[in-house]
Design a protein around this ligand. Structure first.
Ligand SMILES: *[C@@H]1O[C@H](CO)[C@@H](O)[C@H](O)[C@H]1NC(C)=O
Ligand SMILES: *[C@@H]1O[C@H](CO)[C@@H](O)[C@H](O)[C@H]1NC(C)=O
Ligand SMILES: *[C@@H]1O[C@H](CO)[C@@H](O)[C@H](O)[C@H]1NC(C)=O
Ligand SMILES: [Cu+2]
Length: 394
């Protein structure tokens, strides 16, 4: 960062804490200044790649960009939606003896996630695993369904006050389907754990079946594993066949509280990966659910509210696009130190929140995609501008 920009930043920060000034032009300016730094930083790194031939696979003329859902043209959104529908109509690769509920290529990804849920959340591999997972999904849309674009993302704060009317969820033909029909219901309850009491989250404005847009009447085949009120768990640990309609429970309460511009700024400023992850993913069994939790519970419903089966809602993929975007932005704010480890903090182990206690996650650990796609190792995906990956976010 330029000394002038730095002193400007320090001056602005000292005026007020980010929390007090959420949504004001100051928060937006601070985010814009950090994002400008990110973009200068990745361009530098690619130039350096070219000079040093460190990574000839990804050069400035090859890098592709993932864009915010609402910034795609209607035709581009439709291409994306149609590719997802195509994936849902292609035969599964997962043998039915392994997961009888996996009925399509789309379901291959859901089955892989269900199968590994306990080993890929609140663990050191969480961010790289989901980075590779989204990349492989995008690759399947492109290679198997002729999609010409790239994975779009959900810019949470942009639509925080009304996600259900956003281009993602407004239910028009270019959206990922509308909210669930309104049915009176309670909000989700995070079960009690140890000494911690249950946590009640507020309900959204839906709760029932999705009846509008391209995924109206979509059939969910797998899960759920942790059933929400009014649903029963699927068989075989969620891998059995359990056809039912897609439900959602979208509303503004969680995004305004956990995924607003202040939350974004806090993420970008996090000094260590351990702190970044607590901000982003929250603390299990507490009211601090972070923007990661907030996005999932905002989609809500079935299978969106089930951590195991959540990729079975097409909106999962734009949410995790944003998770990946924030991580790579944070990485490029200090590229010298943020590509070499994922083991910082309590979430840096191979078990969920290090319970039971386990070893630290290592860069050569495998990211297992099951029957959905090729597996890789963490080191291959630490930088989105390296090896096979060659993308960035606008
Ligand atoms: C969804 O299913 C209902 C009930 O079967 C039907 O009335 C409706 O037309 C369907 N909507 C779409 C978009 O397929
Ligand atoms: C915005 O998000 C931050 C971080 O989650 C939170 O502390 C703050 O209360 C939120 N603002 C509003 C108005 O809810
Ligand atoms: C689940 O994981 C086990 C152990 O790695 C594997 O044998 C099995 O094939 C996996 N099932 C699916 C659906 O990926
Ligand atoms: Cu996940």
């Amino acid at each position: 960062m330029k000394p002038f920009a730095l002193s400007l930043l320090v001056a602005l920060v000292s005026v007020a804490s980010a929390q007090e000034i959420d949504g004001t032009s100051q928060v937006l300016e601070l985010i814009a200044s950090l994002e400008a730094e990110v973009h200068a930083s990745w361009v530098d790194r690619l130039r350096e790649n070219r000079r040093s031939r460190r990574d000839a696979a990804c050069t400035i003329d090859k890098v592709v960009f993932r864009r915010e859902y609402g910034s795609l043209s209607q035709a581009e959104r439709l291409d994306y939606v149609n590719a997802v529908i195509c994936l849902q109509n292609k035969p599964a690769r997962t043998p039915s003896s392994v997961a009888p509920g996996a009925k399509s290529r789309f379901d291959d990804f859901v089955a892989t996630h269900i199968n590994q849920t306990r080993a890929i959340h609140f663990t050191g591999n969480f961010l790289p695993w989901h980075r590779w997972f989204v990349y492989q999904y995008e690759k399947a849309l492109r290679d198997e369904c002729g999609y010409q674009g790239y994975q779009p993302y959900w810019d949470w704060p942009k639509y925080a006050s009304s996600p259900e009317t956003s281009p993602i969820f407004n239910g028009d033909p270019y959206s990922l389907g509308g909210n669930g029909e309104f049915v009176p219901h309670n909000g989700p309850v995070i079960p009690p754990s140890g000494d911690l009491p249950p946590v009640m989250l507020p309900p959204g404005n839906g709760g029932g079946f999705v009846t509008t847009g391209p995924f109206a009447n979509m059939t969910v085949n797998l899960g759920p594993v942790i059933p929400l009120e009014g649903t029963t768990p699927g068989t075989l640990g969620g891998l059995g066949w359990n056809p039912r309609g897609l439900k959602r429970d979208i509303g503004p309460l969680l995004t305004t509280r956990y995924a607003n511009y202040t939350a974004i700024l806090n993420l970008l400023r996090a000094p260590t990966l351990g702190q970044y992850r607590i901000l982003s993913e929250g603390v299990p069994s507490t009211i601090e659910i972070g923007p990661h939790g907030a996005g999932h519970w905002t989609i809500g419903g079935d299978p969106g509210a089930d951590v195991f089966t959540s990729p079975g809602d097409p909106a999962f993929w734009v949410h995790h696009g944003m998770i990946d975007r924030m991580w790579i932005f944070w990485q490029y704010l200090d590229p010298r130190s943020r590509f070499s480890s994922v083991s910082d903090g309590n979430y840096g182990h191979i078990t969920w929140n290090n319970d039971p206690p386990s070893r630290k996650t290592q860069l050569d650990d495998v990211l297992d995609m099951g029957y959905a796609a090729e597996s890789t190792t963490i080191s291959e995906v630490m930088d989105t501008l390296s090896s096979e990956l060659c993308y960035f976010y606008l």
